[in-house]
Design a protein around this ligand. Structure first.
Ligand code: PMP
Length: 445
């Protein structure tokens, strides 16, 4: 039977019907309880049935569901903005609410353009990294460096974007190269690219502190972002950190960049901000950028109907409050360690598991043909997708991705369970994921 509803695929008819949230799991119409070990796409940080959040949303709906930002602000929008600024990296002074990650990336591309115009500089270029993902709308897609996603839309993508190497030490370091030397070498590509396209044209560099969907929870090597910051400062280029996936506590810090000790000019957040209870994202902006616009033309020339949506902001306040009242970042760190070591114990010696990595409850498992040589699997085998299916058959979700980075195939699954997982949950997840890997890639073969 064909369903009129389409998601990414041609029809949603073959998908199980989700009917109820149950803590870290989703219950289906046919009676399954599926553990959400990837938070959907690293979204559901509080699980699927958090009463504090749903009660806050219901109360806001009763009070004021929506008011257009052309006329009003609202109590939840003011409160959430204040909470975020108070906790944000140094220098961040303003918040611009949107409805998701792509909108946040899109807004940042336009904001940096307007900022430089206000300063009398005709800068517009965005440099990002190959294999990155910053969203599916045209500006964000152009900034992203994921060839597979870009290919068929290439004629529509602005040429004001260009790409340098990602920072992926395990896969791309030269034999014997130290993490420091590797980080410096790939960061230096930014300087070379700025010089190639003309420093007077470059507005910003955009990167994820921990690369999520496209690479499978790959943090930069220590020192990489310090080099990036130095190069940005040398050429007056702004640094946009995309924390849509890795932010809001996912890595064990509220902002992932805290661990890298880097000061961004703009931070993009989304997924964990609403935790799936409401669609919301935000662009957090350095006060200097804001002031240039406030004292210049007076307003950022950009806006969406649902920006600063009171109900979505109320959800954001409730999520952040829940995270802090329940000290969930401590649990992210403790359970992240437990999950990583659980996976190491079960899969660390598996001949097809090349790397288990990540930070906090944001972990990736890289699949290879040979763990010693790191030879890649046949891309046509779509091993990541088969592991997703095998895991789903075992009632656990993981987020799969395969892709080519600089001519080298990558195959991984991503784990990003809710921050509320218990030691028992984590052990269950490690058991089922290891079993799914062995279903697809039997260790004895
Ligand atoms: N940036 C990053 C790093 C992401 O992971 C995503 C979503 N996977 C986006 C941007 C786009 O977010 P959205 O799907 O909410 O538009």
């Amino acid at each position: 039977m064909s369903s009129p509803n389409v998601f990414q695929r041609a029809s949603a008819a073959d998908l199980p019907v989700a009917v109820k949230g149950d803590g870290i799991a989703i219950l289906t119409a046919d009676g399954r309880r599926i553990i959400d070990a990837c938070g959907g796409a690293a979204v559901s940080c509080l699980g699927h049935s958090d009463r504090a959040v749903t009660d806050a949303i219901k109360a806001q709906l009763d009070q004021l569901p929506y008011a257009h930002t052309g006329f009003f602000t609202s109590e939840p929008a003011e409160r959430l903005a204040a909470m975020l600024v108070e906790r944000a990296p140094e220098g961040i002074g303003r918040v611009y609410f949107v409805s998701g990650g792509s909108e946040a990336a899109e807004a940042s591309i336009k904001l940096v353009r307007q900022y430089f115009l206000e300063k009398g500089e005709d800068r517009y270029r965005i440099i990002a990294r190959r294999q990155s993902y910053h969203g599916n709308t045209l500006g964000a897609l152009a900034a992203g460096g994921n060839e597979w996603r870009r290919r068929q839309f290439a004629p529509l993508l602005t040429e004001a974007t260009s790409h340098i190497a990602p920072c992926h030490y395990w896969r791309f370091a030269e034999p014997g190269e130290s993490p420091e030397d590797y980080g410096r070498r790939v960061a230096d590509e930014l300087e070379a690219e700025i010089l190639r396209v003309g420093p007077e044209t470059v507005a910003a560099f955009m990167a994820e502190p921990v690369v999520g969907a496209t690479m499978g929870a790959v943090p930069a090597v220590p020192g990489y972002f310090a080099c990036i910051r130095e190069i940005c400062d040398k050429y007056g280029v702004l640094l946009i950190l995309d924390e849509v996936m890795c932010g809001m506590g996912r890595t064990g810090h509220l902002f992932a960049c805290e661990a890298d000790g880097v000061r961004p000019d703009i931070v993009l957040i989304a997924k964990g901000l609403g935790a799936g209870y409401q669609p919301i994202g935000a662009m957090l902006v350095n006060e200097t950028i804001h002031q240039a616009i406030a004292t210049g033309s007076g307003a950022f020339q950009h806006g969406h109907t649902y920006m600063g949506h009171p109900t979505a902001c109320a959800a954001g306040v409730a999520v952040l409050t829940a995270m802090e009242e329940r000290d969930l970042l401590a649990n992210v760190n403790a359970m992240g360690e437990r999950l990583r070591s659980g996976l190491e114990a079960r899969l660390g010696q598996h001949p097809n598991v090349g790397d288990i990595r990540g930070r906090g409850l944001f972990l990736g498992i890289e699949l290879v043909a040979d763990r010693d040589t790191r030879a890649v699997l046949d891309p046509k085998a779509k091993t990541h997708a088969r592991i997703k299916s095998a895991a789903f058959a075992r009632d656990v979700m993981c987020y799969p991705m395969g892709g080519t980075i600089d001519g080298v195939h990558g195959d991984h699954v991503l784990l990003a369970p809710p921050f509320i997982v218990t030691p028992g949950d984590v052990d269950e997840i490690a058991d089922r994921i290891a079993a799914a890997v062995n279903d697809v890639l039997p260790a004895a073969a």
